[in-house]
Design a protein around this ligand. Structure first.
Ligand code: SAJ
Length: 424
């Protein structure tokens, strides 16, 4: 099959880098987004998100005439859908407190490409999805275009080929991992998988591993659930160790010296849009059997509250003078060395601390230039170097490189709650 024209729907953290990769291989790529600001920014050859090396690649692709951004899909040989799949948070949509996946963005993307589809087109769903989502996408497409045939109707003879190829790249390393990571290619039929493999081989150096769409959906969810369970184990250990008077960082380091043990690191909770969300996609479809996955999610979600309890305890143990205390929180991002505060446990902890404590709340994060809206009324964003001498209590919520470098040569000198083991 020939893939000269590619249409990518969704120009976020995955769609834009992927569109740019194809453009860098001299494919003509049209990127589609409902966000006019994103479309205008990309059209100028600039980017609206933070990701190392993406700016240079987008600039080259746009100026070279291989990448265009627009709000309406156009005819193409292949379509990639890279839109968000959040979960529904409102109570009406949850079953026993288990959030359910929201496929409305995928449905809207499908509706937007349906009018321009032609016989021979390949459609790839990249968004992380619950098992069965690719089949639902195919059913929506069949409803919209009864004049075309689809894999669920006629198998390998279908006019339109459909596959699920989940994105698996780590924010901060997207431009490298897109090329080097192995890729799971889940075709609705073997012909769909082969076609999708051929498309990705345009830029993927890793292996393309062919399977069916349902297995590909579950594989992606499994990877993130595995990481979530492992982190929950570490978080549970951290709470047990606190009660037992044991240094959890040393404990994990020692246990990991066993050749078949590899425990991840505890923290203040699990954030971001992937690890803290995707396991629920398994639980919501399998509430009776996905017990370990569900418990792990709840353990990780409880951790910010546990950290908050430690802060309250520590603050009340400080000297009894009436002087108003200053509590410093280092780190707002959801993990180290990025500026992304979405779904960050650190933000939740600071927000609650500001509500509960009668103390001045000072927040420090070398990468975050503006406070998230929820924190603006309750605290100040300051520089660690400028305020560290004034603090009564330091809470480390993110192990960004600068604090690790400082901690390797200095002791805090004040009471500290170190949720990331910066001082181990
Ligand atoms: N975290 C810990 N302890 C650890 C590792 C992570 O508490 O030992 C926390 C982080 O601080 C953060 C959260 O977990 O709050 C998630 O961070 P992460 O680095 O584990 O993962 P993400 O969300 O940035 O990216 C994950 C990756 N999945 C896996 O590693 C299995 C990435 O490859 C996926 O592409 C991405 O999810 C996604 O888009 O699904």
């Amino acid at each position: 099959m020939k893939f000269e024209n590619i249409c990518v729907v969704g120009l976020g953290y995955i769609g834009l880098p992927t569109a740019t990769m194809f453009a860098s291989r001299r494919k003509h790529v049209v990127g589609v987004d409902i966000n006019q600001h994103a479309v205008d920014t990309i059209s100028r050859g600039e980017i609206h998100i933070v990701e190392p090396d993406l700016d240079i690649a987008v600039h080259a692709a746009v100026k070279g005439g291989y990448l265009r951004a627009t709000t309406v899909p156009e005819k193409a040989d292949a379509f990639l859908i890279a839109v968000p799949t959040p979960f529904r948070k409102d109570d009406a949509d949850t079953c026993d407190g288990v959030p359910t996946p929201d496929l409305s963005y995928i449905q809207a993307a499908v509706r937007s490409i349906a009018p321009v589809l032609e016989k021979g087109n390949l459609i790839i769903l990249e968004s992380t999805s619950p098992v069965g989502a690719t089949e639902r996408m195919a059913a929506w497409l069949a409803d919209e275009r009864p004049d075309l045939t689809f894999p669920q109707q006629v198998g390998d003879q279908a006019d339109i080929l459909i596959a699920h190829c989940p994105e698996r790249v780590l924010p901060g390393r997207v431009m490298l991992e897109l090329i080097d990571n192995d890729r799971i290619i889940g075709g609705m039929t073997p012909r769909c998988a082969t076609a999708a493999c051929q498309l990705y081989k345009e830029f993927v150096r890793g292996a393309c591993l062919l399977t069916d769409a349902r297995t590909a959906e579950m594989a992606k969810l499994t990877e993130n659930a595995f990481r979530d369970v492992n982190i929950a184990f570490a978080n549970e250990l951290s709470m047990i160790c606190e009660a037992e008077g044991i240094n959890v960082w040393e404990l994990i380091e020692l246990a990991n010296r066993h050749p078949r043990v590899n425990i991840l690191q505890p923290g203040p909770g699990v954030g971001g849009h992937c690890i803290a969300v995707d396991p629920w996609f398994i639980v919501s479809r399998n509430p009776d059997t996905a017990r370990l996955i569900s418990t792990a999610r709840r353990v990780n979600d409880l951790k910010p509250g546990w950290v908050l309890g430690k802060i309250v305890e520590e603050l009340s143990a400080l000297d009894g003078s009436d002087r108003r205390k200053k509590v410093g929180f280092y780190g707002l991002a959801f993990k180290a060395d990025i500026d992304d505060t979405r779904e960050s446990p650190a933000v939740k902890i600071v927000q609650e601390a500001a509500r509960l404590l009668s103390a001045d709340i000072l927040v420090m994060d070398p990468y975050v230039k503006e406070l998230p809206a929820s924190l603006i009324p309750v605290c100040d964003l300051v520089e660690f170097e400028k305020v560290r001498g004034e603090l009564d209590l330091l809470v480390v919520l993110v192990d960004h490189k600068p604090i690790k470098a400082w901690a390797s040569d200095n002791l805090p000198g004040i009471p500290v709650i170190d949720t990331r083991g910066v001082w181990k």
